[in-house]
Design a binder for this molecule. Structure first.
Ligand code: C2E
Ligand code: MG
Ligand code: MG
Ligand code: MG
Length: 283
């Protein structure tokens, strides 16, 4: 009995693996055509100063509207696009679309764009970014590239070379999802970051959970010591916001400060002048 159960389990496993591999192959194929089929769009999530609520810019986030499956989460399709290499042309589309949008804003708000490891390590990445800036007319100082630590550990030397090329163009670089992933502290020393984004998992209940609070205070201390502004991701409540403002975290992003929205839904005021007073600041 145990034997047959084992075999059934094995068969089930094999079957599940087969389906998994097959649906991955299908998705890889679909992703290859998604750009030309106009299935992608970007949404923009505000980043705000926590002392006065001032809007400083937006992070562009990729959305895939699949013709049958509907909205597919980036958490699902980005890893597939990375494994198959299609993230390179997709990422180029993201950069061009985001830079084009920001170039059309009347104010000088910044635009943050996520770049994955595969992209960062692709041929002539800095040159591609440079070309996109020239094409769209966006000032390099308004572009910030967000990189997770996984992108750095693949090939530290090459990553450093590319980051230096980007910095030489005047582009800023933010470390995304800080605190998750690999050996954050040595990476902060080795790479020329301009901003630290603390992962949202540390912000959740930071106002009520002493452990979370201790970790966030420590990261803020590192930022202060290194002279790097810290952005808190995933701010969802007024309690979290007041804690962060009180601890002198400079910038926040999260549903409480603003949801990601399509370009057309961004407040006209936001993308024109920034004298508009927001009610984002608690403290
Ligand atoms: P990320 O760069 O860390 O982006 C932040 C994620 O947190 C976004 O998820 C955003 O919608 C979500 N978020 C924002 N505020 C809150 C909040 O208050 N609470 C919670 N629970 N979540 C919040 P999204 O859009 O699903 O993207 C997930 C990840 O996919 C991103 O994490 C990023 O790593 C990746 N991604 C998204 N767009 C791109 C892209 O264009 N290129 C690349 N390479 N990766 C991308
Ligand atoms: Mg990001
Ligand atoms: Mg993040
Ligand atoms: Mg993330």
């Amino acid at each position: 009995r145990a034997k047959s159960e084992g075999r059934d389990t094995y068969r089930f496993y094999e079957h599940a693996m087969g389906l998994e591999a097959r649906s991955r192959r299908i998705m890889e194929h679909e992703l290859r055509h998604a750009v030309t089929r106009n299935e992608f769009h970007l949404v923009y999530q505000p980043q705000k100063k926590l002392d006065n609520g001032e809007l400083i810019g937006y992070e562009a986030l990729l959305r895939w509207q699949h013709p049958e499956r509907g909205n597919v989460s980036p958490g699902i399709f980005i890893p597939v696009a990375e494994d198959s290499g299609t993230i390179v042309p997709i990422g180029e589309w993201v950069l061009r679309t985001a830079c084009q949008a920001a170039a059309g804003w009347k104010s000088n708000l910044m635009i943050a764009v996520n770049v994955s490891a595969v992209q960062l390590h692709s041929m002539n990445f800095a040159q591609t970014v440079h070309r996109i800036l020239l094409e769209t007319g966006l000032s390099p100082h308004r572009l910030e590239i967000e990189i997770t630590e996984t992108a750095l550990v693949r090939d530290m030397h090459r990553a450093l070379t590319t980051l230096r090329q980007l910095k030489a163009l005047g582009i800023r670089v933010a470390m995304d999802d800080f605190g998750t992933g690999y050996s954050s502290l040595s990476n902060l020393r080795a790479f020329p970051f301009d901003k630290i984004k603390i992962d949202g998992s540390f912000i959740r209940q930071v106002d009520t959970n002493e452990q979370a609070a201790t970790i966030v205070r420590a990261v803020l201390g590192i930022g202060r010591g290194l002279g790097l502004p810290v952005l808190a991701e995933g701010v969802e409540t007024s309690g979290e916001l007041s804690f962060l403002a009180k601890e002198l975290c400079q910038i926040g992003q999260g549903y409480y400060l603003g949801r990601p929205s399509p370009l057309d839904d961004l407040q006209e005021d936001d993308i024109q002048a920034e004298e508009k007073s927001t009610d984002a600041n608690a403290a």
